[in-house]
Design a protein around this ligand. Structure first.
Ligand code: GTP
Ligand code: MG
Length: 214
């Protein structure tokens, strides 16, 4: 995709506040500090349209961004950060699950894993929801620059084992070197094309017509 314009649309916590869009959408999920916002900025080649921070757990809202008016990108709130207040922690599950369940234009979720961390319960919970709602999932192992090339395999193996996903399902990425950027874009484009086809097969207006006639 040739990026002509990008903009922040809005933040939301519940469906009534999501922006009303008719274009496909891609969301980015993963634990706090895993690099969701950094990946988004590398994909759209903007230094800091999406807020990144060295204080993890700050972005506790669902943040919507627009690309060319053609595609929406969504930075989902991170999880698993110890210092986040309990009230915020208990909101995360329902907020994210409801989003995944209700967002009909969602084409795929990019699920990030830190190359140096073994996936934990919340990561596996999220993968379960993606499966439950049949949402195409693009698993990405990020911060790949943090380990040497020789030890990549050793670091990746526990992630493969914990998630049960095949090794070839993962794209390796680094926000520093930008390795993996093109591959992720290719995967996003496939997901978007599939979603556009689905939206054309079942346009919302047809459903309305059926309701009126039925
Ligand atoms: P929350 O919004 O708190 O959930 O975090 P996040 O997942 O958006 O992470 P963010 O992009 O803010 O990155 C967290 C920290 O990791 C920042 O200091 C980034 O600079 C750093 N970081 C992100 N990606 C990479 C990467 O690929 N390599 C390296 N070395 N550092 C990275
Ligand atoms: Mg972030």
């Amino acid at each position: 995709m040739i990026i002509k314009s990008t903009s922040f649309l809005k933040s939301a916590t519940r469906p009534g506040n999501y922006p009303e869009l008719s274009c496909p959408e891609i969301a980015f999920a993963g634990r706090s500090n895993v690099g969701k916002s950094s990946l988004l900025n590398v994909l759209i080649q903007r230094k800091s349209l999406v807020r990144t921070s060295s204080t993890p757990g700050r972005t506790q809202l669902i943040n919507f961004f627009d690309l060319n008016g053609e595609l929406a990108l969504v930075d989902l709130p991170g999880y698993g950060f110890a210092k986040v207040p309990m009230a915020v922690k208990t909101q995360w599950g329902p907020m994210v699950r409801t989003y995944l369940q209700s967002r009909t234009t969602l084409a795929a979720v990019v699920m990030l894993f830190d190359v140096r961390r073994v996936p934990r319960a919340e990561d596996l919970q999220l993968l379960d929801w993606l499966e439950e709602f049949s949402i195409p999932t693009i698993p990405v192992i990020t911060k790949i620059d943090k380990v040497t090339r020789n030890t990549r395999r050793k670091h990746i193996e526990p992630i493969i084992a914990a998630t049960g996903l095949p090794a070839e399902a993962f794209t390796l990425f680094s926000a520093l070197s930008k390795e993996g950027r093109e591959e992720i874009w290719e995967r996003l484009e496939v997901a978007v094309e599939n979603m556009v086809e689905e939206m054309e097969l079942e346009p919302a207006s047809d459903l309305d017509a059926d309701d009126l006639n039925g």
